[in-house]
Design a protein around this ligand. Structure first.
Ligand code: SPV
Ligand code: MG
Length: 431
């Protein structure tokens, strides 16, 4: 008997999936692939139910003969194992970033005389609504909040990109790139104090108050589903920080990072060029402990950011702080550096990992940007934050456009480098 294979990465079965199963049944024994968690998060959506539950769901569908795990987004593992006579998929993958996967699968099946079958995608109101419901579920605080911890356990390194508005949030949410035949996207968003302040035309000195920072989070959560890491600066007074923790939890934020500074905070990338004071280990530990005590969910993370390398206090001080802050309850450590070379960051990671295998490490490679995610992960880093690159790319582009319109007294000369209005509209979902 011939075999017909299709891969699912859905948490809900709708008529579109049943249609594919029906088409598969006409061709032979029906084998469903359940795309693994690790592959799903790189592909198109974050699972709202566990891999085990998805396997159970697919097995319960009438007409399904076998369910296997598909680990490889590109299908190599299952196709080499099963060599199905037919591979079926909705024809929506003939366009966009998924086309690369379709072309790869087409090549694989042709090698042994198999056939790829594109099934017309089921577009109707009911299917659209189910897709929307799944998306909305991911946007709910209880799902969004726990997603960062889930990602840390699912992927070698969590990639967070800065967002400071609904629009930049949408860019982080929706940008998917096909490279070397694989799809990739960001996992999380970083609400940078620098970029949030800059967008408001203010300096990064804790001048933009928490209410305003929360407004930015609201704008972003309205239109996205990905988890949020909030730059909490120094956390402010401990008596205030405990309220901030509660508010962030309620909004569905996954983590706050607070830095061990006190008094007037300036941006770390100024280093010792400006006056900045580091909090003592005791002061910072007390703030962390108070935050952990105030926290009500198990999901939320308080991550301690160590400024010893920024303020040239040495590696030993940085490591002593890291261990003390973990003992005080920190759920993660962010280590920062403004050196061009990543050596001191890597030294810290290696030394810290020698004594602590578990606590997540976060880095922000704005200065030491030569290092790749893979290299960071090899040194035990769990989260990489691209903290300001969206703002830094938009700012000069906007400034140049403003200058050129003034120069030419019309907008024709700048038009070629502008995004088409209709492309902006495609980024924004319409109900
Ligand atoms: C931010 O993005 O606001 C940060 C990271 O705190 S850095 O600017 O590198 O200090
Ligand atoms: Mg900051």
């Amino acid at each position: 008997m011939k075999t017909a294979y299709t891969c699912f990465c859905t948490d809900v079965i709708h008529e579109g999936h049943l249609n594919i199963i029906n088409e598969a049944k006409k061709r032979g024994r029906v084998i469903i692939g359940c795309l693994s968690d690790a592959a799903s998060i790189r592909y198109n959506k974050f699972p709202t139910v566990s891999q085990e539950e998805r396997l159970k769901l697919y097995r319960s569908i009438e007409g399904v003969d076998e369910v296997v795990i598909q680990n490889d987004m590109l299908y190599d593992d299952v196709i080499n194992l099963i060599k199905p006579d037919y591979v079926l998929h909705g024809d929506n993958w003939k366009e966009g970033p998924e086309k690369a996967i379709r072309d790869h699968v087409d090549g694989l099946v042709k090698e042994y005389g198999g056939e790829l079958v594109d099934i017309p995608y089921t577009y109707n109101e009911k299917v659209k609504k189910i897709d929307m419901q799944l998306r909305e579920k991911l946007a709910m605080p209880e799902y969004r909040r726990k997603r960062l911890r889930q990602l840390i356990s699912m992927t070698p390194i969590v990639k967070a990109m800065e967002a400071h508005s609904g629009l930049t949030g949408l860019i982080v949410e929706k940008t998917v790139v096909e490279h070397d035949g694989k799809l990739d996207q960001f996992d999380a968003m970083w609400i940078s104090s620098l970029c949030d302040s800059t967008a408001k035309g203010k300096p990064d000195i804790e001048l933009v108050d928490m209410t305003s920072r929360f407004r930015t989070i609201d704008d972003i959560t309205e239109v996205t589903t990905k988890p949020i890491i909030f730059d909490g600066d120094t956390g402010g007074l401990t008596e205030h920080f405990v309220y901030t923790v509660r508010s962030l939890e309620k909004m569905g934020v996954s983590a706050v990072i607070i830095e061990d500074k006190k008094g007037l905070k300036k941006n770390s990338l100024f280093g010792t060029e400006v006056k900045q004071t580091q909090a003592t280990i005791e002061e910072m530990s007390a703030k962390i402990a108070a935050g952990k005590k105030a926290q009500l969910t198990d999901d939320f993370m308080i991550i301690a950011r160590i400024e010893s390398l920024i303020l040239e206090q040495g590696m030993e001080d940085a490591l002593a702080r890291a261990h003390a802050f973990v003992a005080a309850g920190a759920d993660g450590i962010m280590i920062h550096s403004r050196r061009k070379e990543p050596d001191e960051i890597l030294e810290f990671c290696d030394e810290f990992r020698a004594d602590n295998k578990e606590t997540p490490i976060v880095v922000v490679p704005s200065s030491f940007n030569v290092i790749t995610e893979e290299e960071l992960a090899a040194h035990g880093v769990n989260i990489v934050i691209y903290a300001n690159q969206l703002t830094r790319s938009a700012f000069p582009a906007m400034q140049k456009t403003a200058e050129d319109i003034l120069r030419y007294h019309r907008a024709k000369e700048v038009d070629d480098r502008l995004m088409k209005i209709k492309d902006i509209i495609t980024l924004i979902d319409e109900l």
